[in-house]
Design a protein around this ligand. Structure first.
Ligand code: ACO
Length: 332
């Protein structure tokens, strides 16, 4: 292990994996009473990927990590830790991280899953940066992966239009330059709002006062408007705080990577904080809301396109079920 103090953290490689099958808004309009116009106007979504039977949280997560390792030039066996951020894994026991560890040959790495919904990848990235910075680890993989389309009632137009499947991964490594990596981070949660988005499996999971619409066990239940209000406020606060704490001006940030939940939520932050729109990355039109996978997929697309410049900060912000929210200012 290298010297613990005075070191930074670098993103050595990123990767993504998405199911081949794409469901467009037009496809959805054949199943439920909706339209491409309504969905695009209210959410910015045009299409989402949907896993086939053989595509799982494990397989998508593994494929994303293999790409990230390849780009990083690091072997699986060199990893000290694998964190899988997901709320839709096939099994609770063992963790998806353990199975992915086996698949990539990381046979003595710490492996665990992290359930913070859409904030999961950022929670993981913040933890990984801290672990590496303080010398407890040298190389950590974080994977954000979801197959939420399996938790969605496709006859419920208020939920089925939102979610998509996919995985994104990043491999973080120690760097001798202490200025690199996370220079500001926050992680929060407010459990009083968990009822706004949950996945009830048996009757006892359903809170007494949630009686608005019929409840279908086994499917995600979402109170969209409440989440929307919460998300708009938290996004703006988190970005404002990140800029204030780091002393960065809005145009000194090379990319704002916000969880892709609804384009209107992202646009409200652009408007309120006067962010340069061309620096706010948006791919929700092609993926929908992929929860924990949303931020690492954005990150991977930016790296792949050669659009991440070294030495310039990125602001990352997420919110999700729980409710949870998190932010990070990352010096590349
Ligand atoms: N197609 C057509 N009409 C629809 C649809 C649809 N798919 N869904 C709802 N409607 C109708 C409603 O029935 C309602 O009709 P009414 O006025 O006659 O009653 C009308 O459209 C407005 O409904 P709202 O629910 O108020 O629509 P809203 O503008 O709030 O949009 C949406 C709904 C898109 C879900 C929005 O609330 C939202 O994006 N919320 C945040 C969701 C989110 O981010 N979830 C995940 C967060 S956590 C995580 O990422 C894991």
């Amino acid at each position: 292990m290298t010297e613990a103090f005075g070191r930074g953290v670098r993103i050595a490689g990123t990767g993504r994996a998405v199911p081949a099958h794409v469901v467009t808004n037009h496809d959805l309009a054949k199943i439920v009473d909706t339209s491409d116009e309504w969905i695009a106007q209210r959410t910015g979504i045009r299409a989402r990927h949907k896993a086939a039977d053989h595509e799982t949280v494990f397989s998508l997560g593994r494929d994303a990590l293999l790409k990230a390792l390849d780009r990083a030039g690091i072997k699986g066996e060199e990893l000290d830790m694998i964190i899988v951020a997901s709320v839709s894994g096939e099994m609770l026991c063992p963790s998806t991280a353990a199975r992915i560890g086996e698949a990539v040959g990381a046979n003595d790495a710490a492996v665990f899953d992290l359930a913070a919904a859409c904030s999961g990848f950022l929670y993981g990235m913040n933890l990984a940066d801290t672990m590496i910075r303080c010398g407890r680890a040298d190389r950590i993989a974080i994977i954000g992966v979801e197959v939420l389309t399996r938790l969605v009632d496709w006859s419920d137009r208020t939920v089925s239009i939102i979610f998509g499947d996919g995985a994104g991964a990043a491999v973080l490594v120690a760097d001798p330059d202490p200025r690199k990596g996370c220079v500001h981070q926050t992680m929060h949660g407010d459990g009083r709002l968990w009822r706004t988005l949950y996945h009830p499996k048996v009757p006892r999971d359903v809170p007494d006062n949630d009686t608005a619409n019929p409840i279908r066990l086994g499917y995600l239940r979402m109170h969209g408007r409440e989440i929307y209000k919460f998300a708009v406020t938290r996004f703006q606060q988190a970005i404002h705080e990140a800029l204030e704490r780091t002393g960065l001006k809005v145009d000194e940030v090379q990319h704002y990577i916000c969880h892709q939940s609804n384009q209107r939520i992202i646009e409200s932050a652009i408007e309120k904080l006067r962010l340069p729109p061309e620096r706010v990355y948006v791919n929700i039109d092609r993926y929908g809301n992929t929860s924990a996978a949303s931020i690492p997929i954005c990150l991977d697309e930016l790296f792949e396109a050669g659009r991440v410049e070294s030495g310039k900060p990125i602001v990352l912000v997420a919110f999700g079920a729980g409710v949870t929210w998190a932010s990070c200012v990352w010096n590349t």
